[in-house]
Ligand binder design. Structure first.
Ligand code: NAD
Length: 481
């Protein structure tokens, strides 16, 4: 079986422990490669190499850093098919999705921040008669990036790219559940001659490798995407050390559908916002609120469409949904269906594991599931499921929809469907979250602030927000006199 390696100081190396654990292909439920079981010693080595590289990297002209990042982007593009196949195999998602979303977005992330840094100006504030303030934006030093399994290279590069562009050196840890494209990225970095130590990728378990990143005193900032409970652990360690923290955490997003919406557009987009990537996108709208006037019409049309969804192996070009990421995750998602029934919900379609044939018979497939009849404040409607399970709930008016939408501990994103412009603005204003899509979903402009409120996180990624996070501002005042 193929053994993945860590990328430290420009070299692909074994973990110091010499130990590995299995990487499971979720579409077949079988191990297909081995992941380094790294620990604090590997992080120490990675941090040391990043620390040594920092003076050189941070002092390069930004144009030179930009050129390296453009080369990384182009090389991923050239190896597109390989990256797409690897992402799909590792995660269970349809290849079609990895080819349209994951890998193109990783390519864009490097390209976007390679160019963003060229346009990133710092502020100045003139004081009449007194002088001028200008703000230096210096890179922080060695920074840590920790990412989840749902959009593996997409989210990994979303952190690494701004960190590198701003002049930092990076110690990064991909999810141990989906490490493959991060491993391929280390190969690309070698191919394009990225200077040694600038980016280090250490594989392994969160409780060992992620924990060592959180605790390392040399790592001055941590950008984390993952679950809210993990974010809490990291913040508990890193905050008393006064590290800068960007935390992108869980969600339980409302999809609010008013009577006056464009029904057909809403329906096809709601299929995607519910079940894209098997519902394993932090931005999926898992709580669907439908205004009373069209509730029955929506229910009938939506359930009919969902029931026809093709759950299949990831390389099937006709697959709408692939496998969920792991056995424990499949069990967790299915346990929420059981909970929903206990809480009085009715499963309108789905709700069970799908058993494919032949080599895929042990894969982790779940039929897309729609549940109705639940109270807005029950556990099923309050806790993040992060799978192909949505609930539908009727509402009377704006106030009713807002009360239910804002009732969870989360505040990541929301979708609103209405053709009333004034209502759209009112809703956008009053929803407690970081991102609102009106008559659309997951339209992303990489310049916009990305992130959530409440238990969905702290700070924003994207555009200049990310470059601000990965730099330390220093104000300088020069007197006129
Ligand atoms: P997770 O929190 O289990 O793991 C995320 C990463 O943290 C992994 O690399 C993991 O190894 C590491 N980790 C685990 N324990 C750690 C510890 N004690 N110290 C340091 N690192 C540790 O999350 P997951 O299951 O991989 O991802 C799913 C979650 O991510 C969902 O809650 C989802 O909503 C969230 N998510 C959020 C966003 C966003 O932008 N807000 C995007 C994608 C996913």
């Amino acid at each position: 079986m193929k053994k993945l390696q860590n990328y430290i100081n420009g070299e692909l190396v074994e973990p110091i422990s010499g130990d590995y654990f299995e990487n499971i292909d979720p579409s077949r439920g079988k191990a297909y490669s081995l992941i380094p079981d790294s620990d604090k010693r590997d992080i120490d080595a990675a941090v040391e190499s990043a620390r040594k590289a920092f003076p050189m990297w941070s002092n390069l002209p930004k144009e030179t850093r930009s050129e390296y990042m453009m080369k990384i982007s182009l090389r991923i593009q050239e190896r597109m098919d390989e990256f797409v196949a690897a992402e799909s195999l590792d995660n269970g998602k349809p290849e079609k999705l990895a080819g349209h979303v994951d890998i193109p977005r990783a390519i864009s992330n490097f390209k976007f921040f390679a160019t963003a840094i060229l346009h990133y100006a710092s502020e100045s504030h003139y004081m009449e008669g007194l002088g001028v303030n200008y703000t230096l934006r210096k890179p922080i030093g060695v920074v840590g990036c920790i990412s989840p399994w749902n959009l593996p290279l997409y989210l990994f590069s979303w952190k690494i790219a701004p960190a590198l562009a701003a002049g930092n050196c990076v110690v990064a840890k991909p999810s141990e559940i989906t490490p493959m494209t991060a491993y391929l990225l280390s190969d690309v970095c070698k191919e394009v001659g990225l200077p040694e130590g600038v980016l280090n990728i250490v594989h392994g378990l969160g409780a060992k490798v992620g924990d060592a990143i959180s605790r390392d005193p040399e790592i001055k900032a941590i950008s984390f995407t993952g679950g809210t409970s993990t974010g809490k652990i990291i913040a508990g360690i890193a905050a008393p050390m006064f590290k800068k923290l960007s935390l992108e955490l869980g969600g339980k997003n409302p999809n609010i559908i008013f009577d006056d919406c464009d029904f057909d557009k809403m329906l096809s987009t709601t299929m995607r916002s519910s079940f894209a990537n098997q519902g394993q996108i932090c931005l999926c709208g898992s709580r669907i609120f439908v205004q009373e006037g069209i509730y029955e019409k929506f229910k009938e049309a939506f359930v009919a469409k969902v029931a026809k969804s093709n759950v299949s192996y990831p390389t099937d070009p006709n697959a709408h949904l692939g496998a969920v990421v792991s056995k424990p995750h499949m069990e967790k998602v299915l346990s929420y269906v059981e909970l929903a029934k206990e809480e009085g919900g009715t499963v309108l379609t789905g709700g069970e594991r799908v058993q494919l044939e032949g080599e895929y018979s042990e894969g982790f497939y779940i039929r897309p599931t729609v549940i109705e009849g639940l109270a807005y404040d029950c556990r099923t409607n309050q806790e993040e499921i992060f799978g192909p399970v949505v609930t539908i709930t009727p509402f009377k008016d704006e106030a009713d929809a807002l009360m239910m939408a804002n009732s969870t501990q989360y505040g990541l994103s929301a979708t609103v469907w209405t053709n009333d412009l004034n209502r759209a603005h009112r809703m956008a204003d009053l929803l407690n979250c970081g991102i609102v899509w009106i008559n659309s979903w997951l339209v992303r402009d990489l310049r916009t602030p990305f992130g959530g409120t409440k238990a969905s996180g702290v700070g924003r990624e994207g555009g200049f927000e990310a470059l601000r996070f990965f730099t330390e501002p220093k104000n300088v005042f020069i007197s006129n006199e």
